[in-house]
Ligand binder design. Structure first.
Ligand code: FE
Ligand code: FE
Ligand code: ZN
Length: 277
């Protein structure tokens, strides 16, 4: 199975690969820049090459970059919108240049302007950014639906995809904590949720899973991650998710509140629950 966690890029690319190896991971996620600030450092290509050598030698799965949280591609405020677009564009170009396969982002918040308005803003931004010549795929993350968040339903995700010209470069990342909070009952009806995803979006679009437990109850529209087995989703449901025929080959990235050693234990736990066949 492909399993790993979110790692800090602060000490460089090779360090992430070494950290991943040290905890038994064979994939990982990192922020394309400082998650809250907007500064980006020039990329050290030697460091990237060192990372890639480690990934190749150890048969890693696809590495996922996550856009900073401060972006809002659905904003009506032209400053916020412009800043969000330029960060997404710069980071997308950088990730393409170093051949990172996936770039995940939170679709955005419409701030009262309405879902349709927000969806159009997001699609317009993506149409400015994607030229069709890229190799890095952009992933839309499913959201819990707090406040005016877009992406809480499969329909919303699909309508963003439909409005993007080069949408062969758009995929989806399911976050188990977020979908459960959004009202998709992966605990009692995983099969139904997957069928609905296939129906509304198409399973061919599903490229990655953020594997998190949740501190909040079902359908709460709140976003608080819990460590695996310690939340409202629970170990049993998580076991079903990682083994489901439609999901089991996908890369799983933990975003649980844990340090490296805690993630090592979670990875060990999930590997133990994964049905090797
Ligand atoms: Fe996220
Ligand atoms: Fe997530
Ligand atoms: Zn979250």
């Amino acid at each position: 199975m492909y399993i790993g966690c979110h790692l800090s890029v602060a000490k460089g690319y090779e360090k992430m690969a070494l950290d991943a190896l040290s905890i038994g991971a064979n994939v990982f996620q990192f922020f394309s820049r400082n998650p809250r600030g907007s500064s980006s450092k020039a990329i050290d290509l030697k460091d990237v090459e060192k990372m890639k050598a480690i990934l190749k030698e150890n048969n890693f799965g696809p590495i996922l970059a996550h856009a900073p949280y401060i972006l809002n591609l659905a904003s009506f405020n032209d400053n916020t919108y412009g800043m969000s677009k330029s960060i997404l564009k710069v980071d997308y170009e950088m990730l393409n240049s170093i051949s990172i396969p996936y770039f995940n982002f939170h679709p955005g918040n419409h701030m009262g302007k309405g879902i349709d308005y927000g969806i159009q803003r997001i699609a317009d931004a993506l149409n400015e950014i994607i030229t069709g010549n890229e190799n890095t795929m952009i992933l839309l993350e499913t959201m819990s639906g707090k406040g005016t968040e877009i992406g809480k339903s499969f329909e919303e995700i699909k309508s963003i995809i439909d409005r993007v010209k080069y949408n062969e470069l758009i995929g989806v990342c399911i976050d188990t904590c977020h979908v459960y909070s959004a009202g998709y009952d992966i605990v009692n009806d995983l099969e139904g949720v997957i069928d609905e995803f296939d129906d509304k979006i198409g399973l061919n679009r599903l490229k990655a899973v953020h594997i998190n437990d949740s501190m909040m109850e079902f359908n709460s529209h709140k976003d608080r991650h819990a460590t695996i087995g310690e939340g409202t989703i629970g170990l049993n449901a998580i076991e079903n998710v990682i083994n489901h025929p439609a999901l089991r080959k996908l890369p799983f990235y933990l975003e649980t509140p844990n340090d490296l050693n805690g993630h090592r234990k979670e990875i060990e736990l999930l590997k133990g629950l994964y049905d090797e066949h």
